[in-house]
Design a protein around this ligand. Sequence first.
Ligand code: 5GP
Length: 181
Amino acid sequence: MGKLFVISGSSGVGKGTVINEFLKKHPDFKLSISCTTRKKRDGEENGVNYFFLSKDEFNICINNNEFLEWAEFSGNFYGTKKSFVEQCLNNGENLILEIDTKGALNVKKLMPEATLIFIAPPSFEELEARLRGRHTETEEAIQKRLASIKLEIENSKNYDYTVINDTVENAVKKIEEIALK
Ligand code: 5GP
């Protein structure tokens, strides 16, 4: 049986980079592919980044109890299929779910053997500076993000581990200590 890891972290925290670096070094781990109703972004592929579903298709999966967990973000739905997770673990593959904290805590309820890892910024102030440094969002959007980040940090108190992303290298090393033991 493979092992299940759930990694969450607020946007702007560099969680994607940390996970990608870890995956490059450890080919016996793979990233789960979620379902979503959001629009495909440039460069994304169905079945690679996400399984892109219509709202109707997503609702059918909810009604058939096919999701291990699902959540709604800014009008879009995201969910992890039970069958995907079971297949990977049964094949002996170690699986990483990159999902939000609410979804993660739901996974932990259903699969207590899952290891929950939260990737945190060195400080809330630094994360705020990073978000503002992107210069891509309005003040209102930034305020909304900061509020949701606070909630995620609050939820992360129930995680197994918090990894501070001071440098990518350090964060990857800490995840290795957790995941390879
Ligand atoms: P994005 O639209 O930028 O790809 O993802 C937005 C958010 O959805 C991210 O915080 C990501 O972690 C979360 N997410 C992606 N897939 C899932 C999923 O299957 N379940 C839950 N609960 N969140 C997900």
